[in-house]
Design a binder for this molecule. Sequence first.
Ligand SMILES: [Zn+2]
Length: 375
Amino acid sequence: MATEHLIRPHGGSLVDRTGTAPDDLDSLEVVTLTSREASDLDMIASGALSPLEGFMGREDYESVVGSMRLAGGLPWALPVCLAVDGAPAGDRVALADQSGRVLAVLEVEGVYEYDKEREAEECFRTTDAEHPGVARLYEQKPLYLSGKVTVFERVEPPFPELARDPAETRRIFAERGWRRVVGFQTRNPIHRAHEYLTKVALETVDGLLIHPLVGDTKSDDVPAETRVECYRVLVDGYYPADRVLVSAFPAAMRYAGPREAIWHAICRKNYGCSHFIVGRDHAGVGSYYGTYDAQLIFDDFSAHELDIEPMFFEHTFWCNTCGAMASAKTCPHPTEEHVFLSGTKVREMLGNGEIPPVEFSRPEVAEVLIEAYKS
Ligand SMILES: [Zn+2]
């Protein structure tokens, strides 16, 4: 199926760094990856991080940290780096996951020092070690090892039925005749507010990719199994099957807020999305970022530099007077008319086995969450 009518991958072509293991694999020095690095490795292999073919070298790294562009000028928002204790002896190393399973070989290009505080300040906009992304950065080993990778063992996907590489989502979009596709990033169950904005977006394009992040998140986020079940019941009950695709996004959360919004958009372009939904405080955590920072950062790029089109959304709610979902942009009524529940209130209700108002959450979704709270 021809996919030429879809948006082109970032940098022009989809990278494929899968391959076969070399004969001398057993003789190579082994570098053990953190779960975030293993997730990045797998996304390099599949082309989700096109045009990257490996872990970043110093020039790309410095350029990305300083100006959100690769050394060649292409937009890129976050470092994709492999941290090590020292320079390897050979010109190739084997890369293994935490369990010791060897996944890939890296052709050593260089080893360089990096400034953790500078990376934190530029990429996370804070040097506060309480920030989960900064905390992880501070725990990293002191040097970055760069080079192209060849991956011969893919990471076990947590949801094999939802695991689709960019080549596959592109093939599915093409088969369904979609040209314009909007991607929706989420790491939470979808309530009415998010259902509404995905449908508003879908009204203007051909298809919707619900692309929940299933990689590492904070331990207090709703577990991925529960979220995936919520997406299933919601899509089955309320979306037309031929206009929506639910697939897992294998990235680990970095909680880098605005920069991560750009990074998420670029990844979704590789999956074949022409549009990308950016809500308030996208990929944020705590109060480190302003409400609209993740939308405003798109202005740092000229109109066609990113190619993928961001779609910005406000906080949305059910309005009793409008008798519809709305936002401050579309509803003139006072807040007493709006059905609003805080996250704390919703968790309390679900924990007590109570179904929130139907204007806030679909009952099928609420039931999945109530079951999850019981166990
Ligand atoms: Zn209203």
